[in-house]
Design a protein around this ligand. Structure first.
Ligand code: GDP
Ligand code: IMO
Ligand code: MG
Length: 422
């Protein structure tokens, strides 16, 4: 029994959904602690593919209880849509899903302001789900929380007060149409009726569960390099996907967390703008995108692709405290004769000692590569580590040496069955 934080170790889309689904067989509770519907976590069960944005991936295992923690920004429209989708798949969510009363609500103006900002010079390639503007209001202490839904008069007052500011901004700065307060109030009051049965003091619930020795898996969204504090700022998301975020985003203190489990993709991808030292803007990158089906699960955008960056993952290992991880999408590399791995960065002729925090410096670095031999055969049906070709094992062990992470799980395909345990 343990309390584990599962984190994306690169720029998101490492295969967290698949691995949460595999691991949740061993956990009683799966909880999200940050982000919102910007996430797109894919789980393949048999021939069926599920993409979850807000509800933890553990929902697909019927004896798992799922929690949406206080650190998540919740879009009611997305939540209702996802609940309906799960019901249509005969997945029961009643009594299995709890939402923190402290979580902040994404409002229609958050999504609108997100898309307006993306039309301007400060564009960063967001998912357009209103994430940044909602966290902005949270930290400016004017956000609207789930708990506000319980007090109708207060809710109406808060929406009206917020709209006064947002409408002034929409009208005078962006020259857009103003939003109608009554329409939003009506929509959110209807939402209150729908989610009322799911609202809980989830911090208390999680602490009681941990104290009773129950196992909890925290499902991180995004990845370490998208972290607002440690990522490639400003080309990041507005939350803390790194392991520390699990405590502030759920109310379970660090003293109750046993382990940090990383999800590491066997190459690198990124969606949206921002520096990407090992990016391959050529036919090799296109081949990775094609074989790896690298298109966003939330927006459908083509993902930028490049070689594995061990220097970046080592940095991620350090700030997350990853001791163990799953190496995913290794099968995608099977068709490459040679595979490169970045083991360090050079800037102005000097090798860097640490990952640059300044994005303009990161844009200027030259990756230092080591080249490994490919294995030239399909590995997607292999079940035992020792049955992998020796070149595949050499690649895995080289990454382990460079990153300081032990890969206890090797994923060689999207299905549950395509998983090797060591
Ligand atoms: P997440 O956001 O980290 O959950 O990852 P996504 O779901 O956005 O993207 C990962 C994609 O790779 C999904 O389409 C998965 O079905 C798929 N996938 C996961 N693991 C593997 C793997 O080991 N091999 C292959 N080929 N695909 C995988
Ligand atoms: P999962 O959980 C990959 C990226 C966006 C953009 C930046 C900011 O599926 O790994 P935001 O909408 O959060 O304000 O966008 O972050 N981004 C992701 N990239 N996977 C994700 O989630 C992402 N969520 C946000 O592309 O660059
Ligand atoms: Mg994703």
């Amino acid at each position: 029994m343990s309390v584990t934080v599962l984190v994306g170790s690169q720029w998101g889309d490492e295969g967290k959904g698949k691995v949460v689904d595999i691991l949740s067989e061993e956990y009683k509770i799966v909880a999200r602690y940050q982000g919102g519907a910007n996430a797109g976590h894919t789980i393949r069960i048999g021939e069926k593919e599920f993409i979850l944005h807000l509800i933890p991936s553990g929902i697909l295992r019927e004896d798992v209880t799922c929690v949406i923690g206080n650190g998540v920004v919740l879009d009611p429209e997305a939540l209702i849509h996802e609940m309906e989708f799960l019901r249509s798949q005969n997945i029961n969510i009643e009594g299995r899903l709890f939402i923190s009363h402290n979580a902040h609500l994404i409002m229609p103006y958050h999504k609108l302001l997100d898309s307006i900002k993306e039309e301007g010079e400060n564009k960063i390639g967001t998912t357009g789900k209103g994430i940044g503007p909602c966290y902005n209001d949270k930290y400016a202490r004017r956000g609207i929380r789930i708990v506000d839904l319980l007090n109708k008069d207060e809710l109406i007052k808060k929406i009206k007060l917020n709209l006064k500011e947002k409408n002034a901004l929409l009208k005078n700065v962006y020259h857009r149409e103003e939003l109608d307060a009554d329409k939003i109030i009506e929509e959110y009051l209807r939402f209150d009726e729908l989610i009322d049965p799911y609202v809980k003091d989830t911090a208390l619930f999680l602490n009681k569960a941990a104290d009773a020795g129950e196992s909890i898996l925290f499902e991180g969204a995004q990845g370490a390099l998208l972290d607002v504090d440690f990522g490639t700022y400003p080309y990041v998301t507005s939350s803390n996907p790194t392991a520390g975020g699990a405590s502030t985003g759920t109310g379970l203190p660090p003293t109750k967390i046993d382990k940090v489990f990383g999800i590491v993709k066997a190459y690198t991808t990124r969606v949206g703008l921002g520096a990407f030292p090992t990016e391959l803007n050529n036919e090799v990158g296109e081949k990775l995108r094609k074989i790896g089906a690298e298109y966003g699960a939330t927006t459908g955008r083509p993902r930028r692709c490049g070689w594995f960056d061990a220097f970046l993952v080592k940095y991620s290992q350090t700030i997350n405290g990853i001791t163990e991880a799953a190496l995913t999408k290794l099968d995608v590399l099977s068709e490459f004769d040679e595979i490169k791995v970045c083991v360090g960065y050079e800037l102005n002729g000097k090798r860097l000692n640490s990952f640059p925090s300044d994005v303009t410096r990161l844009e200027q670095v030259t990756p230092i590569y080591e080249t490994l031999k490919g294995w030239g055969s399909d590995i997607s049906d292999i079940k035992e580590y020792n049955d992998l070709p020796s070149e595949t094992k050499d690649y895995i062990e080289f990454l382990e040496k460079q990153t300081g992470i032990y890969f206890s799980i090797i994923s060689v395909g999207a299905k549950r069955s395509q998983t090797i345990f060591r």
